[in-house]
Design a protein around this ligand. Sequence first.
Ligand code: GLY
Length: 418
Amino acid sequence: MNMRNSFVHCTLSLCTLTLSLCTLLLISCTKQSELDKAIAYADAKVHLTISQMESITDSMPRNVLDESQSKWNLRANVPQEWCGGFWDGCLWYDYALTGKSEVLRAATMTGNQMLYLATAPVFDHDLGFLVITSLLNGYRLSPDADTRATYKEALLACADSLCTLFNLSVGTILSWPRHIKDYGGHNTIMDNMINLELLLWAAEETADDNKADFYRHVAVSHADTTMTYHFREDGTCYHVAVYDPVTGKHLYNCTHQGYADFSVWARGQAWAIYGYTMVYRYTHEPRFLTFAQKVTDAYLRLVNSQMVNDQMVNDIVPYWDFCDPRIPNAPKDASAACVVLSALLELQHYVPAAKAEEYKTAADAMFCDLTEHYESDAQCPAILLHSTGHHPAGSEIDAAIIYADYYFMEALYKLQLY
Ligand code: GLY
């Protein structure tokens, strides 16, 4: 290379380097600005809901069935309503993201409304959902030591209650005591994986070593048994597993909220991804990390082939069930995408670089899709539209549902944190 060529080469290299840095900066600025925009948008929706909920103490936001509605449809705050904690969780994340005092006030007031669960008889496995989303987030995010102490005591009592549903012969927590006869045995649903966080957290926080061992045993046994009996070879899951309550023998698998026993209900798969990622966070057991990747890869394969088949290049939100024969005319489920997004934002930090890049790219695409195509109109208090609750029961189809907002806000929090 002569002097001139060398100069040109160096200048070009410098230009390329400068350009790459500029591009990188531009991309990261755009990302931060997109995140800031999404946080401001979510915060505005949270404030709409705070206004609606100001004088209401016995109910929680549940869904918005029509985008033109300016108020949430509410459900009573009782142990039978599994979504009672999500609104409080949205408030805690919004407080963590914005630091606003009126949000902290609302979060604490709403959290206090969940304390009754510490002394209520356990209704079903959803006790975990109810208090992880509300009291556990409050325990982590409240700046007030008394609130944190009160919530911790309540959470430990709830962990004891949840353990009463554990069947030693089966090795899992019973999901629905009220459905034992209907299913002919001890039933465990995939959603139940989420509740293990209450026990794994309690194992770290209790001062009682025997209890800590038991909480950990219940959670790990549930995760292992579910791994053995609740999945197909390809990493997709069934919704329900039924076991003999006396011998513990696995009897059969079926669906409750999916299209069919053989199908892949999108939110069920999302619970599996989130569940095994979270169990790995607490246990550091490599088998749970390997499995989290297996169930994630199964989901990404399905959602990618859905996009290719339907030429929906910009829509990475799944149909409510990947096997519904009405696809592409079947409803979507934004809530499943939010659960997976939140899980991927964490899982990408546990896996080797190439896999991390793949999960990061998928998470970016989910975030962009949700913010560009699933946000609601100005008057609507919900953050995201187009979730599906219980399709076989004809309930909450193509609706805004509070848990989609909760997992979306959790994703915003993780994006800000990492
Ligand atoms: N846990 C109930 C649901 O995912 O709809």
